[in-house]
Design a protein around this ligand. Structure first.
Ligand SMILES: Cc1ncc(C[n+]2csc(CCOP(=O)(O)OP(=O)(O)O)c2C)c(N)n1
Length: 607
């Protein structure tokens, strides 16, 4: 046989190796998705309907789970984590009461535009609708308080749903997204397919604003004689602090920062007038009232800022910049509406203003003369030596700020102490001030501080809390001690639900109906039982507890707290119960009648 001239037939090509996606349980897919999204810390509590996921979570080396003591704590911790770092916060709960315990924090995140993912277990899909044990329709309950709520019943849907949840929570106007996963979807397996691109029909947040609108805004700004930059929390969420500083310095306009925006513009800057609104500084409140142009940036004309809307800034034209088109014109008609991301819009506005200012030479010197007079006439102040011989709460808070500095993080509860913390601590950078602005949720401070400390372990983190608020979520001190999260808590203990008491004093003829908490003293001579004893409570939780009753003890206690990092610290500052938050514009009244202090202004005219 001779060899054939024909070449030997080539071997049949091996079938191309198909890359099979790995099979994962739904629980494994939740974990893998979170890891893909770069999540490194989550807060939660297990229970029946979320146990398959917790079983996976135990083995994760990439994700730290912090076992909280109440799901509300998980929610606020996720919020604090997000607000301090700009990253998404994640909270986990079981079905039924676990999920409903998250609701307050979800609503809070929704009001304050906090990027958050809440993952809840749901009963078996076959049991849904049967009033099964621990069944609630958490998707239905949370629909009005989330950007979106998903129900997952098929493990194959887990990756795309979590990718979408992340996208929705963190883009456009940030906010909370809930992902409810049935127990069978957690247990069953499916191929894990990570979506190459997330395309959500109907979800297209606008970030880049319309050029014509920017030019129109710039022209108004160049012509205005009494402009004000009214800055809201959107500037912090959009990381636009540096751009805002440039805009302010370029235009020379005064800046006011809302309760949600403290730190968006440095308090030390000479163009800063402080916080506007119900407890705002007189210069901030009156600058808006007298302004001829308000440039609102990431702010929403909240009723606590506007007072009686019909009387708010009657002479001002409005440029309203917001990423959420639903905010524009909601409360006050905008002359120039601008939908876009604050950072991008400000950059464009600076360029357009530079051009516009060449044509029309802005002159705001007279405006500044007026504003400087307001600043000089109405500085923020307080009575340093209350009649009852107890500590001045404002002095305590001021010293915490001075001794801790601008690099620290301050999370407040809700009430008088919150307003004093907003007024008397100097904020120089975004993400230093965390609070519940929109919902006003008592109990926010301790868990939010815990979350902030997890996100920013190298920063000093204070919870500035009221004796009422502290009693709503103080159980998270156990979480802090066990998980080595050494936060500092300052209880501004006025032995009462102080802010409500203040309203009772002013608007209910001093009838203090059910606002006495019996946690502190009525005066330095009339000492009462303190229930609970916050120092003993702190010690029971493994924290260092300190009580401060005299002015000379304030600094040493704060310094000791700052130096103590092997456990949380709680300082019980026993303060005067009669101290009031000033200035004040009461609800339903025009802002021009801002009252500087109780005896310093004409009587209010209520609606
Ligand atoms: C969950 C919740 N319940 C009730 C209120 C109404 N509220 C607003 S401030 C306040 C008093 C807070 O008291 P405390 O924590 O002692 O702070 P203070 O005003 O004394 O500084 C109350 C009851 C609220 N904001 N949140």
């Amino acid at each position: 046989m001779t060899a054939s001239a024909d070449p030997a037939p080539a071997p049949a090509p091996a079938p191309a190796k198909r890359h099979e996606p790995p099979m994962l349980t739904g629980s494994g897919a939740i974990l893998a998705s979170l890891e893909k999204l770069g999540v490194t810390d989550v807060f939660g509590i297990p229970g029946g309907a979320i146990m398959p996921f917790y079983d996976e979570l135990m083995a994760s080396t990439a994700i730290r789970h912090i076992l909280v003591r109440h799901e509300q704590g998980a929610g606020h911790a996720a919020e604090g984590y997000a607000a301090a770092s700009g990253r998404v916060g994640v909270a986990i709960a079981t079905s039924g009461p676990g999920a409903t315990n998250l609701v307050t924090a979800i609503a809070d995140a929704h009001m304050d535009s906090v990027p958050m993912i809440a993952i809840t277990g749901q009963v078996f899909s076959t049991s849904m609708g049967t009033d099964a044990f621990q069944e609630v329709d958490i998707v239905g309950i949370t629909m009005p308080i989330t950007k979106h709520s998903f129900l997952v019943t098929d493990p194959a849907d887990v990756p795309a749903t979590l990718a979408a949840a992340y996208q929705i929570a963190t883009t456009g106007r940030p906010g909370p997204v809930l992902v409810d996963v049935t127990k069978d979807a957690q247990q069953k397996s499916a191929p894990f397919i990570w979506p190459p691109k997330i395309d959500l029909p109907g979800y297209r947040p606008v970030t880049k604003a319309h050029g014509k609108q920017i030019v129109a805004a710039a022209e108004l700004l160049a012509e205005a004689q009494r402009p004000v930059l009214y800055v809201g929390g959107g500037v912090i969420r959009s990381e636009a602090g540096a751009e805002l500083l440039k805009l302010a310095e370029k235009t020379g306009a005064p800046v006011v920062t809302t309760l949600m925006a403290r730190g968006a513009f440095p308090d030390s800057h000479p163009q800063h007038l402080g916080m506007p609104g119900m407890h705002g500084s007189v210069p901030a409140v009156l600058s808006l009232q007298e302004s001829d142009l308000i440039v609102a940036i990431g702010a929403r004309f909240d009723d606590r800022v506007t007072g009686r809307v019909a009387d708010f800034a009657p002479l001002a034209k409005i440029v309203h910049i917001d990423i959420d088109p639903a905010e524009i014109g909601k409360i006050r008609q905008a002359d120039v509406p601008i939908v876009g991301d604050a950072k991008d819009v400000i950059v464009d506005l600076i360029a357009a203003f530079t051009d516009a200012a060449k044509k029309s030479k802005p002159d705001i010197a007279e405006w500044w003369t007026r504003l400087e007079k307001l600043k000089a006439d109405f500085p923020l102040g307080f009575t340093d030596d209350p009649d009852d011989g107890l500590l001045a709460p404002q002095a305590v808070i001021k010293r915490i700020g001075e001794l801790s500095g601008p690099e620290a993080i301050y999370a407040a509860g809700v009430g008088q102490h919150q307003m004093w913390a907003a007024q008397f601590i100097k904020y120089e950078r975004p993400h230093a001030w965390l609070n519940s602005g929109g919902a006003g949720t008592m109990g926010y401070a301790v868990p939010a501080a815990m979350g902030a400390k997890v996100a920013q372990p190298d920063r000093l983190v204070w919870a500035i809390d009221g004796d009422g608020c502290f009693q709503m979520t103080n159980q998270e001190l156990a979480t802090c001690t066990i998980n080595d999260i050494p936060i500092k808590v300052a209880i501004i203990n006025n032995s009462s639900l102080g802010m409500v008491r203040q309203w009772q004093t002013l608007f209910y003829d001093g009838r203090h109906s059910f606002t006495d908490l019996n946690t502190g003293h009525k005066s330095s001579t009339e000492q009462t039982r303190m229930v609970p004893d916050f120092v003993k409570l702190a010690e029971a939780y493994g924290a260092l507890g300190i009580r401060v009753t005299k002015p000379e003890e304030i600094d040493p206690a704060i310094k000791l707290a700052i130096e103590t990092n092997d456990r949380p610290v709680v300082i019980d500052f026993v303060v005067s119960r009669d101290a009031m938050v000033w200035p004040m514009v009461p609800q339903g009244v025009g802002n021009s009648s801002v009252q500087y202090a109780r005896d310093h202004a004409p009587a209010w005219e209520e609606e």
